[in-house]
Design a protein around this ligand. Structure first.
Ligand SMILES: [Zn+2]
Length: 137
């Protein structure tokens, strides 16, 4: 008895249809890509988002990441100083908030406690933005 000899299907030969968007990293159908671009394909949804907005989103991610790190380094602070001058209002605001956090509670450990005592307003803002967990509740 040989089960393998009659297997009808060929596996792994079919390439998924469509293209891979270099911005959202999602594979979509060919219809979702209006133009051809040699540098890489960008889907309709991503193409409508302006470059400035995209940059803002990337900066936001970057700022959120700083908060997850164990402490604010000198390098991080310099980067935040730079981002605080962004043309993007939200990026600016977030960077300024982070600079305040860096000043008051540079270390992640005990940060919520320190902020709740020294700067409850700042903590509230961070909580409203979903950046930190609610403290003491
Ligand atoms: Zn896309």
């Amino acid at each position: 008895m040989n089960y393998d000899s009659k297997k009808p299907r060929e596996r792994g030969k079919i390439k998924p249809p469509g293209y891979y968007c270099r911005v959202c990293k999602v594979r979509k159908l060919r219809d979702e890509f209006p133009g051809m671009a040699d540098k890489g394909r960008v889907c309709k949804a991503c193409a409508t988002v302006s470059t400035g907005e995209r940059l803002g989103m990337r900066h936001e991610e970057e700022i959120y990441h700083f908060l997850r790190q164990a402490n604010f380094t000198e390098q991080t602070r310099e980067r935040l100083d730079y981002l605080a001058q962004s043309k993007n209002k939200k990026t600016r605001e977030l960077a300024e908030l982070m600079l305040q956090v860096a000043k008051l509670a540079p270390y992640k450990k005990g940060r919520l406690k320190i902020l709740s005592e020294l700067a409850p307003d700042l903590l509230k803002k961070l909580q409203d933005l979903g950046l930190v967990a609610t403290y003491g509740k």
